[in-house]
Design a protein around this ligand. Structure first.
Ligand code: 5AD
Ligand code: SF4
Length: 435
């Protein structure tokens, strides 16, 4: 059978798709690049905001039409599957099976039953060993870095967030398993890994997250370790020290703040004040200058006043974030924030979002411009030049680089090279290859 997987959402979903693909390949099924060629389509879904859910349902509408023309199996997996469970069949009767985020290894069983003609199959149980997936099965996407799960689930309880219910409580992979997987990846020529978890820095699989980073960094041949994502309350002095002193830990920290207003942070259940967040950043000490800092914001949280929003704009400048991702608050099913009335008009939410993003664009541009003239390391992430003739690369600080290379030079995919920054925009840097 030929299968195609469509993935929405975060890196955790990208990596789950690599695992799901591996399970199907192991059963003799063949991955194909488009829905048109496929006998089975898996939608690996996200439900973090309502917009993500709309995208899934509109794709399901398109697939229903396709299914009216020819035999087609449709499976829904991921966070929306976990959230909606059986109710997905009511809204989308064309779906053959629903598989939850903590039942990944049950995929072959569901597919086999669906192929035998059984309808409306579902498994959204929490299998306690879901996080112990055999790495040799994973079918990796053609990327220059490898994704590695270290922790699944989340024990925080932010009032706006579906993740604790869609991904369950924290489960930690033993550090020996993580090290063995990464040694295997380096043996297959990966030079960079990204450690994944809803909250990587609460890692406790036999050592702390900071210790895990140090142990991984001892693996010969590995060049950069990245990680995502982190909660400020679990950002320790020990981790800050490793980040600024261990050269194999890429100099980039994504530390979501969500708001600059203490009143809103309290209602979000974030467990810190804006001042306490800034104190955590001070753990980086002098090393802060070498670390690129990014964050997430939610604007228009229920009862966010102009004053609260001004606090958010102020923190943007105070923390001097090099980049941020910002979103309009989206009420999510089953979350505690539903008890607050979503009372901010849509026009005000989008106006606040635009103001925040405009200021961030200025800050990002300034931060990028400071790099002009410097020489940094970047990894080649394209197999050839784009139409405009440059190659795509990524710095240790997670910036996109449009790279000019001399005529006749073919930098190998996945190689780390030295580049000289020649120009900067808010979304990417221009650079020349240094030979
Ligand atoms: N509405 C808007 N944004 C949200 N996020 C999480 N839940 C919501 C929601 N209900 C944002 C947060 C988080 C990022 C991954 O998504 O900023 O850090
Ligand atoms: Fe979306 Fe969160 Fe699920 Fe990732 S974990 S797919 S961001 S809801």
């Amino acid at each position: 059978m030929k299968f195609h997987i469509e993935t929405w959402g975060c890196q955790m979903n990208d990596h789950d798709s690599e695992k799901l693909s591996g399970l199907l390949v192991q059963e003799g099924h063949e991955p194909v690049a488009s829905v048109a060629e496929a006998d089975l389509v898996l939608l690996n879904t996200c439900s973090i905001r309502e917009k993500a859910v709309h995208k899934v349902y509109s794709e399901l509408g398109r697939l229903r039409e396709e299914k009216e023309q020819r035999p087609l199996l449709i499976g829904v997996v991921g966070c929306l599957a976990q959230q909606e469970k059986e109710s997905l069949f009511r809204r989308a009767p064309q779906v053959d099976f629903v598989l939850g985020t903590m039942a990944v290894k049950q995929l072959p069983k569901l597919v086999e039953e669906a192929l035998a003609g059984r309808k409306r199959l579902i498994d959204t149980q929490e299998y306690p060993d879901n996080h112990l997936f055999p790495p040799e099965v994973t079918q990796r996407l053609p990327m220059a870095k490898a994704l590695v799960t270290i922790i699944e689930g989340c024990d925080h309880a932010c009032t706006y967030c579906v993740v604790p219910s869609t991904r369950g409580p924290e489960r930690h992979r033993p550090f020996a398993d993580v090290l063995a997987e990464i040694r295997g990846l380096v043996g297959r020529d990966f030079r960079e890994v990204e450690l994944l978890g809803q909250n990587v820095n609460s890692y406790a699989g036999g050592c702390t997250f900071a210790e895990l980073l140090n142990r991984i960094s001892e693996i010969d041949g590995l060049e950069w370790i990245r990680f995502t994502t982190s909660h400020p309350m679990n950002f320790t002095r020990e981790l800050a020290h490793v980040l600024v002193t261990n050269p194999k830990v890429a100099p980039f920290l994504h530390l979501p703040i969500q708001s600059g207003s203490d009143r809103i942070l309290r209602r979000m259940g974030r467990q810190y004040t804006a001042e306490e967040y800034l104190e955590r950043l001070e753990y980086l000490g002098e090393g802060r200058k070498g670390i690129r800092l990014s964050t997430d914001f939610i604007v228009g949280f229920p009862q966010e006043t102009d004053e609260d929003f001004e606090d958010t704009l102020r923190i943007l400048d105070k923390a001097a974030f090099d980049a941020s991702f910002s979103f309009v608050y989206s009420p999510r099913p089953g979350t505690p924030a539903l008890r607050y009335q979503d009372d901010i008009p849509a026009s005000m939410k989008s106006e606040r979002l635009s103001r925040l993003q405009a200021r961030q664009t200025e800050l990002t541009l300034q931060s990028h411009r400071r790099m002009i003239g410097s020489i940094v390391q970047a990894r080649i992430e394209s197999h050839g030049p784009t139409e405009s003739g440059h190659w795509l690369a990524r710095t240790g600080q997670w910036q996109n680089v449009h790279l000019a290379v001399g005529a006749g030079i073919l930098p190998p995919f996945g190689e780390r090279v030295a580049v000289k920054i020649t120009d900067a925009g808010p979304h990417f840097l221009r650079a020349e290859l240094v030979l």
